[in-house]
Write a protein that binds this ligand. Structure first.
Ligand code: FES
Ligand code: FES
Length: 157
């Protein structure tokens, strides 16, 4: 296994790590940086539980080789709360009862952030499209859709 130094911005801070560039970004985040908010469901790009922002776009971190993030910005769910307080999207998920077991929630919330960065006023169909790669086995999606629409309302107040 050939290792190399990879430098990138992680949650706003410049970091560097000596790692196999073929290792997945998900395993890099969880195992090398201790950021376990991003979840591993399928490990194959099917469930979205591992979603993070890569240069502001939602990606399945289980499919991204660590070597590809060199020079990029990666944002994980851990970057959202401030002083232990949830951010406006996280709050909206709580207010709308969009979290049950919570396994999908970090990925859903990161997909919501990616959507709101590109489109601060999404309609319901655009929300559904944005989370179409995120699977939830608990909520039935309605509350998640409502939570993201509520987040957009808060953003535009
Ligand atoms: S763990 Fe990455 S898409 Fe399922
Ligand atoms: S809340 Fe359980 S998978 Fe979505």
């Amino acid at each position: 296994m050939k290792k190399e130094i990879i430098k990138f911005i992680l949650n706003g801070e410049q970091v560097e790590v000596y790692v196999d560039p073929a290792k997945s970004l998900l395993h890099l985040l969880r195992n090398d940086f201790g950021l376990t908010g991003s979840k591993e469901g399928c490990g194959q790009g099917e469930c979205g539980a591992c979603t993070v922002l890569l240069d502001d776009l939602a990606v399945n971190s289980c499919l991204i080789p660590a070597g590809k993030v060199s020079g990029c910005s990666v944002v994980t769910i851990e970057a959202l709360s401030r002083d232990g307080k949830p951010d406006f999207v996280q709050e909206s998920f709580v207010e709308k009862g969009a979290v049950q077991c919570g396994f999908c929630s970090p990925g859903m919330i990161m997909s919501a952030h990616a959507l709101l960065k590109q489109n601060p006023r999404p309609d319901a169909m655009e929300v559904r499209t944005a989370i179409s790669g995120n699977l939830c086995r608990c909520t039935g999606y309605k509350q998640i859709e409502e939570a993201i629409l509520l987040s957009a309302e808060k953003l535009n107040k």
